[in-house]
Design a protein around this ligand. Sequence first.
Ligand code: ADP
Ligand code: 5GP
Length: 195
Amino acid sequence: MTDIRKGKVIVISAPSGCGKSTIINAVRELPGMDLQFSVSATNRDPRPGETDGVSYYFLTDDEFRRRIDAGDFVEYCEVYPGRFYGTLKSEVERTRDDGHDVILDIDVVGGVNVKEMFGDDALSIFIMPPSVDELRRRLESRGTDSEERIAERVGRAEYEIGFAPMYDRVVVNDDLSVAVEETSRVIADFTGRSL
Ligand code: ADP
Ligand code: 5GP
C-alpha cells in the first residue's frame, strides 16, 4: 500500500465584503491547485443563490447546538449576535486523509485558533481591503445584504483588521487579478504544488 500525503490546511480570513470568496473561487480553479473547500455549518438564513451543502450546511439553532454537544466542530464562533458558524471535523479530516489540501473561509477568531491547532500543517492568509470605505462600496454593489447587515459587517471590519498581524501572510485586495496571483503563489509555495 502506498502512503497518501496528508493534505495541508489553508485558512483565509478577511472582513466580509473584501473579496475573499471571489479570490478563493479563482484560486481553486487554477490548474495545479488541489484545494477542496471546507463547507462550514451555520444557523444563519441562506442568501439568494446559496445552496445547502455547497455554500454552508444551513442548520436550525437546535441542530447547531446538537452538533456542538456531539463534538463535531474543529472550532465554532458566534461571528454576529445569535449567528454561529463552525468548521466541521468531518470536512477537514476526510479531505486531508484523501490527500487533498483543504481551504477554510473562516472569521478571525476561528482563523487564529485553527492555525494554532494545525501548526506547521496550516498556512493562514489575511485578505486586507484597500480601505473600509471601499469595503462598504463592495458590500453595497454585491447587493446581497440589507443596509443594517452592511452596517454590522463594516462595523466589525476594524476589529477584524486588528488580527491581521497574527496571520502568516497578508494580501491586499485592491486589484483583483494581483490579489489572486499573490494568493495562489503563496499557497503553491506552501503546499508544494506547481502552478
Ligand atoms: P467576501 O467573500 O469577502 O464577503 P465577495 O467575494 O463576495 O466578498 O466580494 C464582495 C464584492 O466585491 C463582490 O461583488 C465582488 O465581485 C467584489 N470584489 C471582489 N474583489 C474586488 C476587487 N478587487 N475590486 C472590486 N470589487 C471586488
Ligand atoms: P457570511 O455570513 O458572510 O457567509 O460569513 C460571515 C463570516 O463568518 C465570515 O467572516 C466567514 O469567514 C465566517 N465563517 C464562515 N464559516 C465559518 C466557520 O466555520 N468558522 C468561523 N469561525 N467563521 C466562519
